[in-house]
Design a protein around this ligand. Structure first.
Ligand SMILES: Cc1cc2nc3c(=O)[nH]c(=O)nc-3n(C[C@H](O)[C@H](O)[C@H](O)COP(=O)(O)OP(=O)(O)OC[C@H]3O[C@@H](n4cnc5c(N)ncnc54)[C@H](O)[C@@H]3O)c2cc1C
Length: 341
């Protein structure tokens, strides 16, 4: 397998639509599967919706997306291109840019909620509701040479890339308790599996279970990832100098919701057990403790794949529409009340 590609060459810049000057119904922060599917539901409900996207989806290094029926094998860039096109078909607007600040604004004259979202170039979008769909950041252990292969020979998800590396000599670089389960999932895909414990705990029961499945355990620390002259990952070097040949390394990353620019929304966060990651807290249909703000996709569900992220975005989008429908009706009723006295 070859070394990681230049990520900047992967980026998919696209033309922004005109920025709205009026207050829109919904601003969606993040235009991956979750944000675009939320926007699609809103635009099809004839809501004015603007998606702001900084163009760095989590699966950008992957050549193809797997495990989602009908779209299996499609490049992630192609899925997003089609998604943006479909949102636009119904009048949704897409802005290519980064949100650097977001906050609840002072109550509007009509008593409804208002939010302002500021882009890196200083432009401001005002909206009645916000859908946060910013995804997550994968944090890899600090092993020299590892990050260069991320998304290619260094993988995290047995359902995304596992089938493509079936039967290969795979090494699990343990990061904590989650790696034990990770190992059993990758054992389903190859008979040649080594567990690099890297100082993590392994109780006798787990050791026995690994032995029963033919998973070899190496306790000596991993010093670095080793490539051949072509930049292909060929194994790891241990702290004692021993070379261990591997074609693929699997790592349970620490998953960190992306919250850059969102501080002003004051969204509560939650830690997952065993240091697995940190997410934006949410409840039914992506509602949060902050009135008027919803969250969908990897930003709140760290284990969601593309299908689940898109579904969560669709659910949040339809819930926002129903809340707005009730607010619009309340406002119409208030306007229709006879003025007495
Ligand atoms: C290497 C790899 C391979 C994968 N392969 C698969 C696969 O085969 N199948 C599968 O189902 N899943 C796969 N996944 C998981 C998949 O990437 C996620 O499930 C999916 O991307 C989550 O969608 P999302 O919309 O929540 O977040 P993302 O797709 O990450 O989209 C979030 C968007 O928000 C933008 N953003 C973030 N902050 C801001 C901001 N402040 N202002 C503006 N925009 C912002 C980002 O630039 C990004 O475009 C893979 C993940 C990785 C790491």
């Amino acid at each position: 397998m070859t070394k990681g590609r230049d990520m900047s060459a992967q980026a998919s810049p696209y033309e922004s639509d005109a920025l709205p000057t009026e207050t829109v119904d919904v601003v969606v922060i993040g235009g991956g599967a979750a944000g675009l599917n939320g926007a699609l539901m809103l635009a099809r409900s004839r809501r004015s919706v603007v998606v702001i996207d900084s163009g760095a989806p989590r699966n950008a290094p992957a050549a193809a997306m797997h495990g989602f029926i009908v779209l299996d094998g499609t490049p992630p860039t192609e899925i997003l291109r089609r998604g943006r096109e479909q949102v636009r078909q119904y009048g949704g607007r897409i802005i290519f840019g980064e949100v650097t600040a977001a906050r609840a604004a002072v109550p509007s004259a009509d008593g409804d909620l208002r939010f302002t979202v500021t882009l890196a170039d200083g432009h401001v979008v005002t909206a009645r509701r916000v859908l946060v769909a910013t995804g997550l950041r994968d944090v890899l252990p600090e092993v020299p040479g590892l990050i260069e292969h991320w998304g290619h020979s260094v993988v995290h998800c047995p359902y995304c890339d596992g089938y493509e590396v079936r039967d290969a000599p795979i090494g699990i670089l343990a990061t904590g308790p989650a790696s034990v389960h990770h190992a059993l999932l990758f054992r389903q895909l190859t008979d040649d599996l080594i567990y690099f414990a890297r100082g993590t705990d392994l109780d006798s029961g787990t050791r026995a279970r690994f032995a029963a499945r033919g998973i070899r355990i190496i306790e000596t620390d991993v010093k670095e990832v080793v490539d051949d002259d072509d930049g292909t990952l060929v194994g790891v070097r241990l702290a004692d100098g021993t070379f261990v040949g591997r074609r693929v390394l699997a790592v349970a990353t620490r998953m960190q919701a992306r919250t850059e620019g969102l501080d002003g929304l004051k969204l509560p966060m939650e830690d997952l057990p065993d240091g697995m990651g940190r997410r934006l807290a949410s409840a039914m249909a992506g509602t949060t403790e902050v009135p008027g703000v919803w969250v969908a996709g990897n930003a709140t569900d760290l284990s969601a794949q593309v299908g689940a992220s898109a579904a969560a975005g669709a659910l949040a989008g339809s819930h926002i529409n129903s809340v707005l429908a009730a607010a619009d009706t309340d406002a119409a009723l208030a306007a229709a009340q006879p003025i007495t006295g």
